[in-house]
Design a protein around this ligand. Sequence first.
Ligand code: NAD
Ligand code: TYD
Length: 338
Amino acid sequence: MSKILVTGGAGFIGSNFIRILIGQGTHQVVNLDALTYAGNLESLHDVAADERYSFVRADITDVPAIRTAFEQHKPDIVVHFAAESHVDRSVLDATAFVNTNVVGTQVLLDASRANSVQRFVHVSTDEVYGSLGPTGAFTEETPLAPSSPYSASKTGSDLLVRAAFHTHGFPCVTTRCSNNYGPYQFPEKLIPLMIMNALADKNLPVYGDGKNVRDWIYVTDHCKGILAVMEKGRDGEVYNIGGRSEKRNIDVVKTLLAILGKSESLITYVTDRPGHDFRYAIDNTKIRNELGWEPDHTFETALRQTVEWYASHIEWCDRVRSGAYMEYYEKQYGQRLG
Ligand code: NAD
Ligand code: TYD
């Protein structure tokens, strides 16, 4: 049984990944998370009591705390999700993005090397490749050309991981995925925000003309791609992960309204995001051919499931919106957040 340390496991993708790992029954999982606004331990309520799961509250930029966590837990594998992840926040203030995404990744690489971690899986994003025009797709050879402070900081982390492999021969592998959707996503991102607003009959703010394109993937398909890379990926390599499901934002929003039976009059066009990337699209040939991975879900079916999940987890949604989700840690672990 290997011990896997997951950073950012209280976030959207990390919590879905941990649920899959615990479900497999063959790993011990340490969830290391600082519990920023995006960290929600309520998303893991169903696995919290499992004897193979443990939680460590630590900030990946805190060198002594990370050193201690690694020395205590001695992980075999690190899967690194922890990040500041929202583009709009990075436009307002990039400081936390540079600290967590760039500095924090180096702190983890140093601790992992010092503790002879056997494999470091770095979870990155297709946004490091920048923006596409109307045609073409990102391959692993596409030059890095990030355009937001978020994607620039993720690119910095990718390059530090690359350097750890080339300089020290440290066994790292990087994944770059397109936009995820599914259960437990913080409602600052397009799909959960639009579902929750529509459920409450509030306006749906569409940036610019709504014609920007994202390549959507259901979160568990992404998680299974990360697992495939963790188990079978080659050291020093990058693997793109994407659902080959390109949609214009306005079409996603209209589909959500149709599923919910709500009026398109809720759509409100608002001022565009500064530097808004026009289009992302992933060529996933490498991971399909080399690791035999492919997505299990179509956009149409999984979007419907996602809407049903939010509609039937109104309490989770309300507690996120009110901030009450933060009380869970204080009750469960007897310590105050802050
Ligand atoms: P998220 O914002 O939902 O979760 C981030 C988690 O990291 C939170 O639990 C937060 O508390 C934790 N965290 C933040 N700063 C930390 C710090 N300094 N120390 C320790 N923990 C910290 O993010 P997500 O959407 O789950 O994304 C996870 C990873 O996947 C990120 O690295 C992101 O770049 C990448 N990614 C996301 C998407 C997407 O569509 N959401 C797509 C491709 C790649
Ligand atoms: P987002 O979920 O923030 O992901 P990313 O910017 O990392 O791709 O946004 C997805 C798309 O939806 C992006 O083109 C911006 C757009 N968007 C809106 O139109 N309105 C919104 O309120 C949000 C949050 C995003």
